[in-house]
Design a protein around this ligand. Structure first.
Ligand code: AGP
Length: 373
């Protein structure tokens, strides 16, 4: 076991630091750049025979649990944008509780690291019986979800041992961005946008390597939060998922209450919690929601909120002056920014856990794969 951890103390730590390599493996052979016009495209062998059917779907539904659900949420907007098809989100157990309508002309994408999660598998069985086209996105070749879906894409992130999913999350987002590119590949008007995303995908492992240099800074931040009862995370747009996933990491390994909140909902309740004691992470990297997040920061500051602001490199002083703690991250194309932004929060959760003396790789009460309902 020790050997597999290499130079790292814990699997979670190793898997966080492995992300530049796991992302490279996820993309290997799937991004094509070449020809006289330097054309850029995506090739997903497991989907190519089904793309026509997917493009004709009435809607696309993402189904998953926990981190896999969050990864799908991070990819939802780009899939809607590039496919022009409505994309809805379902937590597997909730779909089943509601026996929600599923149609023959739906494409349902099942996202699961293990490919064995009982709730997701049951939702798959239910969707198959309703006649939908079922697509699997898993990290486990030969898993039940990979076997029982009509088609799919492996994320090829390598085995993930830590109960807290880290590298699978970033690889899942990258795969779903590639799925969006493949579905949208026949639309001429979005070609420049697609090419910009492919360029950014190619640069992504380097950007993740850069953001991993925040390790010591995140350890230092963790020290300042070690005795807190709670940590809120505010995000919106592409980074609502980052807030949910950051909070999930903190609660599952550091055993600290943490909640990801949609910043647009702040005034509808959460604002009442704000005071000078409660730490709040606000994700305010550059994208179409940036000015709205700046206004959120101003409103939180007006209530003396204790802010930790994640912003794009060079934006620190402009975004929050000198009164809050800043995490500066490299800028990438908007739809891939969640891949970069989650890394400091994974590091924060990891260091908080070690400093608080909890079991990083096997948090109490949790299993890596939840094979019962
Ligand atoms: C992730 O950190 C969690 N351990 C958990 O939420 C997990 O993502 C969830 O149980 C789904 O697992 P799956 O991806 O293997 O289906």
């Amino acid at each position: 076991e020790q050997i597999n951890k290499g130079k790292y103390e814990h699997y979670m730590q190793k898997e966080i630091h492995e992300q530049p390599e796991s992302l490279t493996t996820t993309m290997r052979g799937r991004l094509i750049r070449g020809g006289s016009s330097n054309r850029k495209s995506v090739l997903l062998g497991g989907l190519k025979d089904h793309l026509k059917t997917i493009r004709r779907s009435r809607r696309i539904v993402f189904i998953g649990c926990g981190t896999s659900y969050n990864a799908a949420l991070a990819a939802r907007t780009i899939l809607e944008e590039l496919s022009g098809i409505p994309v809805t989100m379902e937590i597997a157990s909730d779909l089943l509780d509601r026996q929600a309508p599923v149609y023959r002309d739906d494409t349902i994408i099942f996202v699961s690291q293990s490919g064995e999660t009982a709730d997701t598998l049951n939702a798959l069985e239910y969707s198959l019986s309703n006649g939908a086209l079922c697509v699997g996105i898993t990290n486990t070749v030969g898993s039940a979800i990979a076997r029982n879906t009509h088609c799919g894409v492996h994320i090829n992130a390598g085995s993930e041992i830590g109960v807290a999913s880290t590298k699978a999350y970033t690889s899942q987002i990258v795969v779903m961005a590639m799925v969006a590119l493949a579905i949208g590949a026949d639309t001429i008007s979005t070609k420049p946008r697609r090419e910009a995303i492919i360029e950014s995908l190619l640069e992504l492992p380097g950007k993740v390597k850069q953001v991993l240099k925040l390790d010591e800074e995140m350890k230092d931040l963790a020290k300042s939060l070690i005795s807190e009862q709670s940590l809120l995370m505010f995000g919106r747009g592409y980074n609502y998922a980052t807030a949910l996933e950051g909070a999930l990491k903190v609660k599952e390994v550091a055993l600290m209450h943490s909640e990801g909140i949609l910043a647009g909902e702040m005034k509808h309740g959460p604002l009442a919690l704000v005071d000078e004691h409660l730490p709040i992470v606000v994700i305010a990297t550059r994208d179409q929601c940036f000015s709205k997040q700046q206004s959120v920061i101003q409103q939180l500051k007006a209530r003396k909120g204790r802010l930790i602001v994640m912003c794009s490199e060079g934006d620190g002083t402009a975004v929050c002056g000198s009164s809050c703690r800043v995490i500066e991250v490299p800028l990438v194309v908007d739809c891939l920014q969640p891949v970069v932004n989650i890394v400091p929060l994974q590091l924060l959760a990891y260091h908080l856990t070690v400093l608080r003396g909890y079991n990083v790789d096997q948090p109490r009460n949790l299993a890596k794969s939840v094979t019962t309902e």
